[in-house]
Design a protein around this ligand. Sequence first.
Ligand code: DLL
Length: 437
Amino acid sequence: MSDPKRYWQPEAETASRDQITAWQSERLVSTVKRVYQNVAPYRDRMDAAGVRPEDIKSVDDIRKLPFTTKQDLRDFYPFGLFAVPMEQIARLHASSGTTGKQIVVGYTQNDLDIWGDIVARQLTAIGLSPRDKVHISYGFGLFTGGLGIFEGARRMGATIIPVSSGNTERQITILQDFEPACIACTPSYAMYIAETMEKMGVDAKKLPLRCGVFGAEPWTEEMRRQIEQKLDIKAYDIYGLTEIMGPGVAYECECQAGMHVNEDHFIIEVLDTETGLPVKDGEKGEIVFSCITKEAFPILRYRTKDIGAVTHEKCACGRTFVRMSKPMGRTDDMLIIRGVNVFPSQIETVLLKTGHSPNYQIEVDRVNNLDTIAVRVEMNEATFSDTVSEISQRERALAEAIKSLIGVAVKVILVSPGSIERSTGKAKRVIDHRKLH
Ligand code: DLL
C-alpha cells in the first residue's frame, strides 16, 4: 500500500468496486436524462434507436445507447452538442486532428475543477507536492495539453512554469535555472530536449528534475527507457483526448503498470472492432468512453479509435480504478500493408530494441498496385558508418528484424543524423502517399 499522501482524493481513488459501480450507475442515469432533455441530436439518436431515458437504469444498460463518433462532432460543429447555455461555458478547446474539420468542446467552471482534480491525482501519485515546480512544455492554446496539465498543477498547488512548446535551448536554460521537479510534454519532444541537451553539453544528471508526464501520442516501453536514462528521471504516461476532457482521462501511478482510468468521471468500454461486443480483460479492442459528470459536453459512448486493453487486477499502489494499457495505436493509424495490419509502434519497438535511433519516419506508397513500406531511420553513434557496404548490410539486418515482427517486407534507409524533422508537439511518424480515400 502506498503512502496515503500520494493520493489526491483517496475516497475516489481507492473506492470499492461496488462503490464505483454505484457512482457510475447513478451518474450515467442522470447524464442520459440531461442530454435527452438538452441536446437535440442525442434525443433524435435515442428516439431513432428506440431508447428512452428511463430504459437506462444502471451502468449495465450502457450498451443500449447509440455510439457517438468524431463525424457527429463535425456534423454539429461548433456548439451543437453542448448541454448548457453559452453563458455557463467557461472555456473552449478544439482539436484539428490529422484530417478534416476541427472539433470544438466546452467546459463549465465545474468541469475545469474536475479536470484539475483528475490531473492532480497523477501529479500527487508520482510524488509531487506544492513545494515542487512543474515545467509545462505541451502547447498552450486550443490544444488541451498545456492548459490541462496547468489545471492539475494549479489544483494541487505546485509552482507552474507555463513554457509551452518550442525554443528548445531556452527550455533547457529554464530547466537548469528554475529547477523544476517535473516536466510535461510529448515523449517525442522529451527525446528532442534530451538530444539538444547533449549537443549543448548539459548533463541531465546534474538537474533536479525527477519525473516527467508524457502523453498525447503513442510511445513504446523502449522509448520510456531511453527517456528515463537520457534525462535521468522517471517517465510516466498520461492519456486523454479533447472530446472526453484532455490529459488526465487515465493516468499512470508510481507503479508504472498501466493507466488508471478515472472511473468516477468516465466509463470505459473496450469493444471488439468488428462485432462491437465487449472483449475480456487483457484483450485488445477499441476504447469507448462515456462522460458521466461533465456538464458542458457530456459525450456518451464516444468511439475513440484508440486500440488498447484494460485490467481489473489490483494495482500495488492501492488504487482501485481499472488500468488501461498504453494505446498501441489508433484504428485510423493502423496501416494495412498488403492486407496485413501494421502499427507504427511495432516498428518503433524493433528500432529501439536493436539500438537504432528513435528518429524515424515511415513512408507508405503504392507502386504497380502493390503497397510498399519504407522506414527511414537516422544513424546514431552505435549504428553510424560511412562505408556503403556496411550501411547496406545494417539496412538489410534491420529490415529482416522488422519483417520478422510485422510479417511484411520493408525497405530500410539509414539516413544521416539530424536529417529527420524534430517535433515539439506530436511527432509525424507516417507519410502515406497512397490515395486510398
Ligand atoms: O492529446 C490530450 C493529451 C494532452 C493527452 C497531453 C495527454 C497529454 P488530442 O489532441 O485530442 O488530445 O489527441 C487524443 O492522442 O485519442 C490518442 O490517440 C493519443 N494519445 C493521447 N494520450 C496518449 C498516450 C490529447 N498516453 C489522441 N499514449 C488520443 C498514446 C495517446 N496515445
